[in-house]
Ligand binder design. Structure first.
Ligand code: BG6
Length: 484
């Protein structure tokens, strides 16, 4: 299979927070990969902008170190890194003052796409937008890129949208949810809308339930301050899991175009029913002999923030009425694994009799690791002894299907940044989507506070609190095992 790399037009990219963690770990190594893949034109210019005092060469050294440390492959021989670093510059700016802004505007090239990546806390979004306007950099060619957390609740999200809207049109605002940049997440749309096989069955008549699991082995140590104010609901569910849910549940958009896709996602979010308190299980991981527990990690012995969340969610529309969606995510679980499992209903009548047992088709879409798809189908167990049935997986690992090119598949950030340059908003969240997601999330979080809800503890390395297993058992269902 031959991969196609289509170079983008020359652009200027300014990374505010250009010396920070996200820039060093993800954005810059990702840009370097695109450069190596031949997608970035020679004339592209990347400018780091931050408070630290540094010159262009100092910044190039910082980026060289970051790529060597965080790049997923050894740096290729032959001067590619030097050629990439030559595209880089640095301007010291004060987001809340006037220092550096004249200099930045001088460095920006006339008449080409300019993207401003706000890799900074949301409290600075307003200042940055205002300065870009004030110093003449907010032209029609300009795009801004913002990261989660996009607000802390509906009120703060609305305020952020309003602040950005003062100087930028919605078509210029790119709200990143990096889950939408993942290869398999987009494959979800390809599988659903590129095949005739699945869509006729993709509804409450044929689907018993859907499970979405995003399990991580890491804890929150090192970012406890942020995490304890967010918890799994704000950190993962309101954005990443919600986006997955939308792509699984939405109606087919008329076109694969930004607003067609985003209109359909928005309808899903608006059709979500409020969640009953007993359909939610919250958890906090315990300490082990070697590692601290959640409360130690966040340095608050009384914290009531959840590091694990499992919930049963219903969507009130014709397609999904009566089919539950079970969502679960957590830190310090048994394995790092993310998957969507569509569990189909039993065949309406078994011609093989009760002794053949219960068999179901399950379509599993693995987001990570080992991206791929498996369809469990029922066949006859080979050999003599009558008609015994067995479920076997039809398995496809994308890396095998793509062959050597699999290595060249861009990671989420690379893909999304290139989409910004191309001006394609399909994989970015629109302002109303984010607000609708908060409108659904806020009452749930408020309910916990009102009831003084205390998360259950769970063993690090487990599948989460016992109660989360019960959430499914009570319905006569079972979570799929969390395993590497
Ligand atoms: C981030 C969350 O958005 O996503 C983190 O803030 C989480 O808490 C991360 O670990 C998970 O992303 P990925 O791509 O590793 O699944």
């Amino acid at each position: 299979m031959v991969s196609r790399v289509i170079p983008v037009d020359p652009f200027d990219l300014v990374i505010f927070g250009g010396t920070g963690d996200l820039a060093r770990r993800k954005i810059l190594p990702g840009l370097f990969r695109r450069f190596c893949a031949g997608q970035m034109p020679e004339e592209a210019q990347i400018i780091g902008a931050a408070r630290s005092e540094m010159d262009d060469d100092g910044y190039r050294q910082l980026v060289r170190d970051a790529i060597e440390e965080f790049g997923d492959k050894p740096v290729p021989e032959g001067g590619a890194l030097d050629a990439f670093l030559a595209r880089l510059g640095y301007v010291q700016v004060d987001a809340t003052g006037t220092d550096g802004w004249e200099e930045l505007s001088r460095r920006i090239t006339e008449d080409r796409v300019r993207a401003f990546y706000f890799s900074v806390g949301p409290s600075l979004f307003g200042d940055l937008a205002e300065r870009l306007h004030q110093y003449g950099m907010a032209s029609g060619q300009s795009r801004i890129v913002v990261e989660k957390p996009f607000g802390h609740d509906l009120g703060t999200a609305k305020a952020l949208n309003a602040v950005l809207a003062q100087h930028f049109d919605e078509t210029q605002i790119y709200r990143i949810d990096h889950y939408l940049g993942k290869e398999t997440v987009q494959n979800l749309m390809a599988v659903r809308f590129g095949n005739v096989l699945f869509e006729p069955l993709w509804n409450a008549l044929y689907v018993d339930h859907i499970q979405v699991t995003v399990a991580e082995t890491v804890g929150v140590g090192g970012r406890g301050g942020y995490y304890d104010k967010s918890g799994a609901m704000r950190d993962m569910v309101q954005n990443h899991l919600m986006q997955l849910l939308c792509l699984i549940a939405m109606e087919p958009p008329a076109k694969f175009e930004p607003d067609s896709v985003r209109d359909e996602k928005l309808k899903v979010i608006r059709a979500l029913e409020p969640v009953e308190p007993h359909h939610i299980v919250r958890g906090q991981y315990d300490a082990t002999e070697k590692e601290p527990g959640y409360r130690e990690d966040v340095e608050d012995p009384k914290s009531r923030t959840e590091s694990f969340l499992a919930m049963k969610v219903h969507i009130s529309n014709w397609r999904w009425a009566g089919t539950p969606f079970y969502l679960r995510t957590g830190k310090r679980l048994r394995a790092r694994t993310s998957e969507i499992a569509v569990v189909f209903k039993d065949a309406p009548h078994s011609i093989f009799g009760a002794e053949a047992g219960r068999h179901r088709n399950v379509l599993i879409i693995r987001l990570q690791p080992n991206e791929g798809m498996t369809l469990d189908v029922t066949i006859k167990e080979p050999g003599p002894g009558g008609m015994r049935l067995v479920d076997v997986p039809l398995d496809m690992t994308f890396a095998d299907a793509l062959g050597p090119d699999a290595d060249e598949v861009p990671d989420a950030y690379e893909r999304l940044i290139m989409d910004v340059i191309r001006g394609n908003q399909t994989l970015f969240m629109r302002g109303d989507e984010v607000e609708a997601a908060w409108a659904w999330t806020d009452p749930i979080i408020a309910g916990w506070a009102a009831r003084n809800d205390v998360p259950k503890t769970y063993d690090a390395g487990s599948a989460g609190p016992e109660d989360s297993l019960m959430l499914m058992h009570r319905d006569g269902r079972k979570w799929r095992e969390i395993k590497a």
